[in-house]
Design a protein around this ligand. Structure first.
Ligand SMILES: [Zn+2]
Length: 122
């Protein structure tokens, strides 16, 4: 596809963009798309959940590029699970649950900075 000369708003696809990332306008570099909905912009984050089971504990994480909407959904879901399942072992009570909640707050700050997502053009 060629663009007419003199059109200042024309955007050309960036042929150097790796697979899985849609082409950004020249000069801005490729950027990530959401792993769930494919929207952009997205940021690479990891959200965690913790569950204390008296003497056992489980740790889960969900990572990957996420847009604002999907990232906030994952943040709320895993944080809510941690808030009611995370306190039921001694080590979880004093260490792992507070750290997991703190980690998720820090990760959610990255997602909150993103603008509203727009669908990827493919
Ligand atoms: Zn998304």
């Amino acid at each position: 596809m060629t663009t007419p000369p003199g059109n200042p708003y024309a955007q050309q696809a960036n042929p150097a963009a790796p697979a899985g990332q849609w082409a950004a306008p020249q000069g801005h570099g490729p950027y990530l798309t959401c792993r769930f909905c494919g929207s952009a912009p997205a940021v690479d984050v990891t959200f965690r959940a913790h569950r204390g089971l008296l003497v056992l504990m489980t740790f889960r994480k969900l990572e990957g590029p996420m847009c604002h909407g999907c990232g906030m959904q994952v943040y709320r879901k895993l944080t809510t699970e941690t808030l009611w399942q995370g306190w039921w072992s001694p080590l979880s009570l004093v260490l792992f649950t507070p750290l997991t909640l703190l980690w998720n707050v820090v990760a959610s700050a990255k997602v909150k900075k993103l603008q509203a997502a727009v669908p990827a053009p493919y």
